[in-house]
Write a protein of this length. Sequence first.
Lengths: 254, 307
Amino acid sequence: MNKLIRAEWIKFSTLRSNTILLAVGVVLNVAVLVFGLVFFNRSLGPGDPVTDIDTRISAVTSPLEMLATVLGILAVMVTASEYKSKTVIPSFAAAPIRSEVIGAKGILVAMVSFTTAVVLAVVNLVAGAVTLDAQGFPLDLADDHLVQAVSGAVIYVTLAALFGFGLGVLLKSPVLSVILVVAIPNVVEPALAGFLPDWIERFLPFSAGGALAAPGGTDRLSAWEGGGVLGLWALVLIVVAILVFERRDLGNTD
Amino acid sequence: MSIVVEGLTKRYGAKTVVDDLSFEILPGQVTGFLGPNGAGKSTTMRCMVELDRADSGTVRVEGSRYRSLQYPGRVVGTLLEARAVHPARTARGHLRMLAACGRITDTRVDEVMGMTGLSEAAGRRVGGFSLGMHQRLGLAAAILGEPTYLMLDEPTNGLDPEGIRWVRDFLKHQAAQGRGVFVSSHLLAELALFVDRLIVIGKGKLIAATTVAELTRQRPKDVYVCTPRGDELTGELRKRGAEVTPADAELRVTGMAVEAVGDLAALLGIPLHGLRAESGTLEDAFLEMTAEAQEYRSTFGDEAVPS
């Protein structure tokens, strides 16, 4: 298994497009962070934006939601790039037990996403604490909601990437996978939110998973329940994807 | 020890591409895998390394399933599709990612690039490679793990004569080192020069498992006669059951030995200006053998594609 993770790391790190996509994620995170902090004073939202601690926490965690979508795309590409370039042929000839290769890819996706999210969470936290403090709205770093929302956001990013990874393995078309990765959390779920009964809506992957990064969870689910729902979605998707992938003809790519 | 394929069958939808195919590949020999385009050669190879899922049949590599080998690339080195590389990756990056699966060192990666003449191009992106360089990279990947067998799908396809010769010499060298080489082609001429054994398939079925020498020997010889009294001789020959067709200035006689044709002419007092027996080319043998199994036939030129 070790050797396969190493192989996946080489595949990942030898493509500049991956590095660029990661950089895009970092830049988007920073842009949202800066925007949120600069305009924090003037922002209007539910509750009192000036005194509500949860609003301050969101300024730190919400940039990571951008990162989640970008890493979802990156995770799709981990498999899709192999299809598109046909490197599935030499790759799976060299490592014929497919579930192991997919497993190694999944571990790589989780490690890359988790590491990136942790680094950016720390950056956001430090930048947020310093800036907000200077504006007269201090962040209490030991605050329960802060600890939950920041660690939750890191887990959210990782699970969202794994969800995208599952889609990328399941579907042969990278375009379709990328569209779904972007559209499900940002278009489909918000669109459905209006007219689905509440008990269904709470089980939609990303609206449930959003509770992880929301200070104190959402009114429907606690942070850990929401994380459980998104995690279960990602797990089921990956398991189904592996079952489908196991039976697929990989050599006949025409 | 060998690679044994038994009863291999693969269908795509309703179409049976490989049909109950059985054969054996021995180590230390060059086995040619021959058949017209669309005969199922590539599909067979892909099923052998479990890239495509066979519908039935078994493949045993030295007694075990391909997927059960701890380091498959050290037992069977494959080149199934030279273009199957990511254009943005460097040649070295491509080989390193495959090497990692077999715990093969970077030193070996550099070594195989040297053996295939790619050292200069190691750091270049594969996207800019010519077809010849793609084939070299594919061969470099195949020999990475110093495997017992090499399995190569049309490694000379699309190459210029120089490239074809390079690949042939390369494969000869690999075989000389004791490697079992299994190499496919739709052109017999490309294989005839250096294979020990031939597996011929058509429409997914085994047509022959033979040697080049045997293939030549089995062919009945045609007799070519040159005579000023062609019509007369043709009539006499046909009376005795031989088949006669005009071939340029000569007559081609099938179904009668050269001695009998000469004796007959002498008996009838027909002068002969030329008389010889010819076994035709290996290409003819191959085409005749696979005529039944041709996927597509042209409606003209029955010399090239006998029907």
